[in-house]
Every structure is written in C-alpha cells, then in structure tokens.
Design a protein around this ligand. Sequence first.
Ligand code: NAD
Ligand code: UDP
Ligand code: UDP
Length: 343
Amino acid sequence: GVLENDLRLASCAKSFPRVKFRMYTDRKRVLVTGGAGFVGSHLVDRLMQDGHEVIVVDNVYTGRRRNVQHWIGHENFQLVTHDIVNPLYMEVEEIYHLASPASPPHYMSNPIKTLKTNALGTLNILGLAKRVKAKVLLASTSEVYGDPEVHPQPETYWGNVNPVGPRSCYDEGKRIAEAFARSYHEYEGVDVRIARIFNTYGPRMHMNDGRVVSNFVTQALSGQPLTVYGDGTQTRSFQYVSDLVDGLLALMNSSYTMPVNLGNPEERTVMDFARIVLGMTGSKSTIVHKPSVEDDPQKRRPVIELAKQVLGWKPKPPVEQVEELTRRNIERILRRMTDVKSI
Ligand code: NAD
Ligand code: UDP
Ligand code: UDP
C-alpha cells in the first residue's frame, strides 16, 4: 500500500523548467506584483531560471494563473492572490511593481479601480519597500506623455495628458505612481527605479484585450476584417517582451532613480501594422476603418539614449521575434480549435 502510494505520487511529480543553482546567500527574494500578467510572467520566468526566489502577488484581474502554471509547486515560487489596494506584509529584497490593468478596454472598464490600483496600490508597495528596505521598480508607461507635442519623447518631456478624459484613470494613475515613487525616494530614502514602458507585444498577451496587435492578429487569422480606428496614420513603436524583460532587469541592477524609457524606436503607422499582419499571416482579410477613439495619442516613439547610456540596453533586431509571435499564436488558436494538447 505505502510503496504503491509513493510510486503513484512519484509518477504525478511535476517537472519544472531548469533553474540555475544558487547558494542561499546569493539568492534574492523577489516580489513581482502583477506577476500573473503578460509582462510579469515573462519576468518571473527569467528570475526563476536565474535561481531566485519569486513571490507573485496578483488579484488575477487581467492576469491568469495559466501564465505561471509551470512554476506552481516549485520550491522557489509562490503565488499569492491579493489585491494590492489592500496593505501587504511580507519580507523581500527586491520588488518589481507591475500590478495594473494595461490595455485601454481593461483600464477603462473600471476607471476607479484603475486609479485605486495605481495610487493606493503603489502607496502600499512603497510603504512595504520602506519598511523592509527593498529596492522597488515601478512599471510606468509612455502614456505619461499623453498625446505628445514633442516627438520623439525623451524622459525630460512632461507630457500632454487630459486629466479628465477617458484615458486619465490610467495616465494620471501612472503619473501619481511616479510622483509617489520619487517622493518615497527623496523623503524616505527608498531605493526606486522608474521604467516608462512603451507598447510591448509577445506570447501570452491577451488575445481579447482590444489592443492593436492582438486585434489584428486574431482578425487576420479568423478571416475577419482588420479594424483600423480613424484613418490609421497614428503611429506606435512596438518592442518585443524579451527586450523589455532585459531592460527591466538592467534597470533594477543599475543605480539610476529617475525615469527611463524602455521601448523600441522603430515607429510605424497603424495602417502599416495592418498591412504587416496581413502579409505575415497570409490572410485574405480586408481592412475597415472605424471611428477614431477619443484622446488617442497621434504619435509615439521613445528616445532611448538614456537607457543605452545608463543601462547599456537596446532592443534586439526584430525579425526572429515577430516570427515567434506569429507561430505561437497560430499554434494556440489551432490547438483551441482542434482541442489537442500538442501539434
Ligand atoms: P497585464 O494586464 O497582463 O498584467 C497586469 C497584472 O496586474 C495582471 O496579472 C493583473 O491581474 C494584475 N493586477 C491588476 N490590478 C491588480 C491589483 N489591484 N492587485 C493585484 N494585481 C493586480 O498587463 P501587462 O501588459 O503585463 O502590463 C504590466 C505592467 O506594465 C502594467 O503596470 C502596465 O501598466 C505596464 N505597461 C505595459 C505596457 C504594454 O504594452 N503591455 C506598456 C506600458 C506599460
Ligand atoms: N504598508 C504595507 N505594507 C508594509 C508597510 C506599509 O502595505 O509592509 C502600507 C501602509 O498600510 C500604508 C502605506 O503602505 O498605507 C504607506 O506606508 P507608510 O509607512 O509609508 O505610511 P504610513 O503608514 O505612515 O501612512
Ligand atoms: N487600434 C486600431 N484598431 C484596433 C485596436 C487599436 O486601429 O483594433 C489603434 C488605436 O486607436 C491606437 C493604436 O492602434 O491608435 C494602438 O492602440 P492600443 O490600444 O494597442 O495601445 P495604446 O493606445 O495604449 O498605445
């Protein structure tokens, strides 16, 4: 009976991705808020593979357990379901603070919750960092530049944000989060990092989050028309998620406490994106124009000289990355349609 039971348990044992071995003294205890989300889960993968102890705090509002499923049960990993609007007590050495809805339909669906998460949630995380003397990196956004009147955007630009528009819950939420981070640094001596993240894409992004890459890829693969909002001359600059993770790790390991842009300066119009997606997927979908959205930033491109200088960071050439994204999405959609585990 006992042996049988042991054998049964052994055969159920989960195999994990390989992680680097680290001595206890060399291993950091890292908190990732929002670690079950798109960007957070990729960061968690890197920290885990590098042999650190990782605690994810996430209320699974826009994230998914599935994104970190492959680590659940690993001795170095812990998933805590918690809403950061409420105080949080734990002992950690580093904090990557990513918890916040990120796509316009998500953050607009409950603007008060978005404001509370970015204001009160960030306050709690900074209070925690102060108490345990942890380094804390805030995931801010290019949205702090609003609909920019300076192009491309350097960190010294103060932005052009409508404080009472539909995007203000997110834009002003992130602006107050930056102000909190700087104030905790100046007044309380908390060691802060501020990443101004530009549009990012890659595997595990939500296919139904209403953003341009996910919409276009889903539409192209299902033969639906691609929906371009307005005339499609507005621009964005997209970086691949692994580049962003490299940048976040480099920023945390630097000693720079002012905001740093992390993005790929390769700028394209939305119309170009539509054509690129059609070309890559070989789709016969048409392009249709929908009404333009209120306060939609008309152009966006990062100046990344600061990141190059202080972090030695720049995005990698894009070709292989785009191919990987398309292949994975096609696989995922096919898998769902055919309901088989691997193809
Ligand atoms: P995401 O929605 O996939 O991940 C955010 C995570 O935060 C989710 O897992 C969500 O459940 C969690 N969360 C939200 N509110 C919470 C709360 N109150 N308490 C606990 N957890 C909460 O989004 P993402 O694209 O991975 O974005 C991560 C961070 O990067 C966000 O702070 C976002 O503002 C920032 N950012 C992302 C982009 C981008 O293009 N993806 C661009 C600029 C900035
Ligand atoms: N806080 C937290 N975890 C901690 C320490 C503080 O969630 O480990 C919260 C605390 O509840 C407060 C916020 O962080 O709402 C700011 O904390 P701080 O100590 O800076 O301010 P104070 O409590 O003095 O207002
Ligand atoms: N957009 C579009 N069609 C879509 C989704 C988005 O034309 O189906 C446009 C949108 O108006 C914006 C750009 O694509 O100009 C990027 O939008 P997204 O929501 O991805 O990101 P953000 O506006 O936050 O940069």
